[in-house]
Design a protein around this ligand. Structure first.
Ligand SMILES: [Zn+2]
Length: 836
């Protein structure tokens, strides 16, 4: 009886929630009038905010309707997501500011570049962005209300706010993710809302909607800027230099509401102390507003401001103040939580409230915040001028494309760099024109340059919310060192790829080295065309030119195309890959000749990438993106559920990223017999544990036993956390004669690592082509115990299974699309698999 009464109560209350909480009056301040000529969200999207999850299409429709109806709003489409959705930006301010927008913008930028400024008359610039994680939807749903309020509210308070603020309004940081999540939550919604956390509504299918199209966490890409969504956003950022940038997220259902500052000891040391103090000042506005609506919250106890690739931290190295909001997630429409029933409208209301308190803070602290940014750059200029003629040179004399891509990031961040005046060498590394660039340290964004190029190995704290190192020239595997601007040529205005092509038509053969970043794209195109190509297992000299391990040779004769067709085809694909192909007229070389058995025939890779349950979607997405967008290599995304019915003989290569494989016993057997028949399995990280447990590969893991001594109960989490490698950079030594290392010109390589899997080296040294050095830490945090463990271990293990191969990496070679430097290890595993 009691139970029935409770159920009845629950049922009526959930109905009640859905009825009362969706009205505009539930969300909006009631002490102002609203202009009736401004369309409400409901009048355009067809439902009340919070009643359904807004799809991106409807969000776009509403924002255009608002911009049309309001002289406070202009709208622009800044580009497309991977799924062709628009990347909108609304500019919201007073009609008068709109008329003077260009002048306001240039005065704002000028204040970051000169020693004089007038803070009294300038509006403060606030960039508000929502739901960069698609399945954290309360932000984007709240954006409907925030935009409506800013367009429709009337009276002196809003007029004053709009006069003093320029609002750059980004209603959806992640359109593809938002759309995916709205589909999920809406298609699983009941008329009678069901708060049971076990309902399908609250657990999405793999890979979920947090990420963008290629399964990237876009809130890690603000510094590397590899994704189209980030590119549009960073362009806006640098053209406006916002004083405050907000990033509205969601966290676990049982939490409350979080606003920054985060944990003080985990702030990046390059961020000025005043930044955190101002964040705290702004926080007092959020607290006051949330007190008023009776909403629980906290700050300073979790999250941090360390990695500059996150939205709430990126502004901190650019003279702004980044602020993270985290709302407990109802995920679907209504869910039980430790704090009672958590409704979707309630989560939206908190986000709406924090968005408004941000603007109120910006208005209230306007002069202080403008002054802060002005001084940030003034101080940065003083630091920069002390650097005098100091500069950083970076490059790779054999890989122009990789060098280009780092330069491209600098360009996106408005960092100035020069060509080298003429070729030169420092410490045995050659810096060649077109293959290297010089970055003077005495320039506006000198602090950002430090944040991108520095190596850091000492830290105030031993816990990190994300990675502890991202040193860009290491991630790109480029040579770099300090130099002076005396070596600099012209400033690079128009960054260009190397022009590729074939030197001339040959009746004998063509050669190209394997060093360039896009050489796998070129080779894949050649093999796909059905042309025969071979790889050189030894260096040699032809026509007086040296060719290294891994040089690709394409014979001109005995091919399906005639020599003219081959020449035309190669010229086209060489241009598309920015690579020079040499024509040769004789097979007689210094060292091995072109007919030598040390040239091995290559076969087109036919690749399946395991995806689905049990597989880490980030790691799989990185490979999908790499093949699809950079190398034009077709990959079948093979769901672990489909392995049983799939004909695996269609593939000669299967890639298994970090996972517990997701394969049952019979599919494991199937994989094993495919291997024995000659397949190549490329495996990563935790998949190695699975391979070892299934006895597909014997791996000698190094155990690291940790016992807590003098650690209290309260300290136990920190103790364990300190043993995590959240993401740091380590140095390995390469045996360049091994095919896995073809295309690397140096015998040292920086590797990214975020796991604590350590493999003891093989007793035969030739089986350890990549080995961590004795003291391998280059940049980032690692505990002393783990540093001890990693010393001289190996990140790569290969094994033969029947006629097939397993190539196993402990480390991610494709991290977040910006680790260009280690992509080649994967490409070597794929193209030269038969030689491993
Ligand atoms: Zn988030």
């Amino acid at each position: 009886m009691q139970r029935i009464a409770l159920l009845f109560l629950l049922a009526t209350s959930t109905l009640l929630y859905s009825q009362t909480q969706n009205n505009l009056s539930y969300y909006l301040p009631q002490d102002v009038e609203y202009n009736p000529s401004i369309p409400t969200p409901q009048s355009v999207i067809g439902h009340n905010v919070g009643e359904w999850h807004v799809t991106h299409d409807k969000l776009v429709q509403y924002m255009y309707a608002l911009a049309k109806a309001s002289d406070r709003i202009t709208i622009e489409d800044r580009g497309k997501t991977f799924e062709d959705r628009p990347l909108l930006l609304l500019t919201i301010t007073s009609p008068q500011n709109h008329q003077n927008k260009d002048a306001i913008q240039s005065a704002h930028i000028e204040a970051t570049e000169t020693n004089a400024t007038n803070t009294a008359d300038r509006p403060v610039v606030v960039y508000q962005g929502f739901s960069i994680h698609g399945n954290e939807p309360s932000g984007s749903n709240a954006s409907l209300l925030v935009a409506y309020y800013l367009a429709a509210a009337e009276g002196s308070k809003i007029d004053d706010l709009l006069k003093n603020t320029m609002i750059l309004f980004d209603p959806s940081f992640n359109p593809d993710g938002l759309q995916r999540f709205a589909y999920w939550a809406n298609t699983n919604k009941n008329i009678n809302l069901n708060p049971d956390p076990n309902d399908r509504e609250y657990s999405e299918v793999w890979p979920g909607a947090r990420t963008n199209h290629y399964w990237f966490d876009m809130n890690r890409d603000w510094l590397p800027v590899q994704l189209p969504e980030s590119r549009a956003r960073i362009k806006t950022f640098h053209s406006w230099m916002p004083n405050i940038l907000t990033d509205h997220h969601e966290m676990g259902t049982n939490s409350s509401f979080f606003f920054q500052p985060g944990i003080p000891s985990r702030t990046h040391p390059l961020t000025p102390q005043l930044n955190q103090e101002l964040t705290k000042g702004i926080a007092s506005y959020h607290a006051k507003a949330l007190d008023k609506i009776g909403s629980l919250y906290y700050s300073e106890e979790s999250f941090d401001d360390f990695y500059y690739g996150k939205g709430s931290t990126f502004p901190d190295i650019n003279g702004g103040i980044g602020i993270l909001f985290e709302q407990a997630s109802s995920r679907g429409h209504i869910q039980e939580s430790e704090n009672g029933i958590l409704t979707f409208p309630f989560t939206i209301k908190n986000q709406f409230t924090a968005a408004l308190s941000t603007l109120e803070a910006a208005n209230g602290m306007r002069m202080e915040i403008l002054e802060y940014q002005h001084n940030f750059f003034k101080n940065a200029r003083t630091e920069a001028s002390k650097e005098g003629k100091k500069a950083i040179v970076f490059g790779d004399e054999k890989d122009a494309a990789k060098t280009y891509h780092l330069a491209e990031i600098l360009k996106r961040h408005h960092i100035k760099f020069h060509d080298v005046k003429s070729d030169f060498s420092i410490n045995g590394k050659n810096y060649k024109q077109g293959y290297s660039y010089i970055v003077p340290k005495n320039q506006k964004n000198t602090r950002l340059i430090n944040a991108m190029f520095e190596k850091r190995t000492t830290f105030q704290d031993s816990l990190f919310y994300d990675i502890s190192a991202w040193t860009f020239p290491l991630a790109f595997n480029l040579d770099y060192t300090e130099t002076t601007t005396a070596k600099a040529g012209d400033v690079v205005e128009d960054l260009q790829h190397l022009k590729g092509g074939v030197t001339s038509k040959s009746e004998y053969a063509y050669l190209f080295e394997w060093n360039e970043y896009y050489s796998p794209k070129l080779l894949n195109a050649i093999l796909k065309k059905g042309l025969r190509a071979k790889v050189s297992m030894k260096p040699f000299k032809a026509n007086g030119k040296s060719y290294d391990y891994g040089t690709i040779m394409i014979p001109a004769k005995n091919q399906d195309l005639n020599t003219s067709e081959i020449y035309t085809f190669l010229n086209d694909v060489a241009q598309e890959s920015y690579i020079n192909i040499d024509a040769v007229s004789t097979g007689l070389n210094e060292g091995i000749d072109l007919g030598s058995r040390n040239f091995k025939a290559l076969e087109l890779p036919k690749i399946a990438l395991l995806v689905g349950d049990g597989i880490t979607s980030y790691d799989a997405g990185e490979i999908w993106h790499l093949f699809d967008t950079r190398y034009d290599i077709i990959t079948t995304k093979l769901d672990t559920k489909s392995v049983g019915k799939a004909d695996l003989s269609r593939y000669n290569t299967i890639i298994m990223v970090s996972s517990n494989s997701g394969l049952n016993e019979s599919n494991t057997k199937k994989l094993e017999s495919w291997l024995k028949d000659g397949g190549t399995l490329v495996a990563y990280k935790n998949a190695l544990k699975w391979l070892n447990s299934k006895k597909l590969m014997k791996i000698d893991f190094k155990k690291n036993k940790m016992t807590a001594k003098n650690i209290s109960y309260e300290q136990r989490t920190d103790f364990k956390g300190a043993q995590v490698i959240g993401g740091a950079i380590f140095e390995a030594e390469l045996d360049r004669s091994h095919p896995v290392n073809f295309g690397y010109k140096n015998d040292r390589l920086a590797l990214f690592r975020n796991s604590t899997l350590f493999i003891n080296p093989d007793k035969n040294s030739y089986n350890n082509p990549i080995q961590y050095t004795k003291a391998p830490l280059l940049s980032g945090y690692i505990s002393e115990e783990n540093l001890d463990s990693i010393s001289s271990t190996v990140p790569l293990k290969t094994a033969k299974v029947g006629r097939g191969h397993i190539i196993a990496f402990t480390d991610n070679t494709n991290f977040r699309a910006f680790w260009y430097g280690t992509n080649k290890l994967l490409m070597n595993a794929i193209f030269f698999r038969e030689e491993m």
